[in-house]
Design a protein around this ligand. Structure first.
Ligand code: FES
Length: 108
């Protein structure tokens, strides 16, 4: 898969009410997207880097998505907001942009 912007969703599918998740497609991993309070879109890996819980069942807050299993909040830059046994654990994340009602992630 070439580097570049890849369409991942429609703008109206991504909200600040609940996570929008995708499945793995070829080399593109499964992702969890949500809308931030400033209306930008965050995209991190779908399965929690700590316990591999599915963030589809997570809750969106002003600080990111809360994992349903151990309640750690993951920010749009993949950082955990709580100290854990794995303090250096971060989630992969991707830049996003919207054009004409479509959401793109930058594959790198
Ligand atoms: S599995 Fe996500 S915080 Fe533990």
């Amino acid at each position: 898969m070439k580097n570049g912007w890849i369409k991942i969703a429609r703008s109206n599918e991504v909200s600040l009410l609940k996570p929008y998740v995708t499945n793995k497609i070829k080399a593109l991993p499964a992702m969890c997207l949500w809308r931030e309070p400033d209306n930008t879109i965050a995209a991190i890996e779908r399965f929690c880097p700590l316990g591999k819980e599915d963030l589809a069942e997570g809750k969106i807050t002003n600080n990111g998505v809360v994992c349903p299993k151990h309640k750690i909040t993951w920010s749009s830059l993949g950082n955990a907001n709580k100290s854990t046994a794995l303090t250096n654990t971060i989630s992969y994340w991707w830049p996003t942009k919207e054009i004409s009602g479509d959401v793109f992630v930058k594959w790198k």
